[in-house]
Design a protein. Structure first.
Length: 288
């Protein structure tokens, strides 16, 4: 019986058994300060109290060093706003008369440009053509036409009834051999009557051109009556008046249209005019 403890003791010595039995390493996993390394050669490890890097990461004025090589960098006096930068010349872009040349399109001295008919050029060869419309009235003097104007119906030398249509205040065209086309159109049916003339325009003191009133042949003689073309009376009714002005080379052309009312308003001729100008007039029918 005494030999059993000796054998057991021998086994324990071989296996390094502890007095408690089963756990051979003293305080294994529970060693005093194990895992906390109290003073284990790394003072204040993880907090680096005074660990050779004073105020590491919080150096005074780090990244904001006073006057660091660029005094007032980015805020230099008037930087990017130097006096008058980008707009130095006084009145830049607004030089006197810039883009507003006096008489643009009606160049002064344009009247010195010679033409084939001896009438100086009207205005500026590079300017846009423009004109206004006029007609001969009952007294054979011209008057301006605007929308709604009365258009006089007159008896020409050749008989019948016409309206003499011309132009005035003409600018920026060679006055020699211009073509003046006049037409009267029934806006309800689209039918029209027209006449075209070639004329030399006269030049006025203002440098603009017009037909010569005393030369009715220079006006477009728009034939109206006897009324063989319109489905309504050629008096006291609304019609479209179309005028086309073109230079002799065909390079400058302008068309204008007005609504007008033809009228038999020549004294002493009203009755005959109304007879041959009425709708449905039969050629040869007697008139008073």
């Amino acid at each position: 019986m005494k030999s059993i403890p000796v054998v057991l003791l021998s086994l324990c010595l071989v296996m390094s058994c502890d007095p408690d039995g089963g756990n051979p390493t003293p305080d294994a996993g529970t060693g005093q300060d194990a895992g906390t390394n109290q003073d284990a050669g790394i003072p204040d490890s993880g907090t680096n109290q005074d660990s050779g890097i004073p105020d590491s990461g919080t150096a005074p004025d780090s990244g904001t060093t006073e006057d660091a090589g660029i005094p007032d960098s980015g805020t230099a006096p008037d930087s990017g706003t130097t006096e008058d930068a980008g707009t130095p010349p006084a009145d830049a872009g607004t030089t006197p008369d810039a883009g507003t040349t006096p008489d643009a399109g009606t160049t002064p001295d344009a009247g010195t440009i010679e033409t084939s008919c001896g009438v100086p050029y009207l205005g500026d060869p590079n300017g846009a053509l423009d004109f206004k419309i006029k007609a001969l009235g009952p007294d054979w003097t011209s008057y301006p036409l605007t929308t709604g104007s009365t258009l006089t119906v007159i008896e020409p030398i050749q008989g019948g009834r016409v309206s003499f249509v011309g132009v005035y205040d003409v600018i920026n065209i060679d006055p020699c051999g211009v073509s003046i086309l006049g037409a009267l159109k029934n806006p309800e049916t689209g039918r029209l009557t027209l006449d075209s003339r070639t004329a030399n325009l006269q030049r006025g003191p203002d440098g603009r051109g017009s037909n010569i009133d005393l030369d009715d042949a220079s006006f477009s003689n728009v034939t109206l009556c006897p009324n063989q073309w319109s489905a309504k009376n050629l008096y006291d009714e609304d019609y479209e008046l179309i005028v086309i002005l073109k230079d002799s080379l065909g390079k400058k052309v302008l068309q204008k249209t007005l609504m007008v009312r033809p009228a038999c308003n020549v004294p002493g001729e009203e009755a005959f005019c109304r007879c041959i100008c009425k709708a449905g007039y039969v050629l040869g029918s007697p008139c008073p």
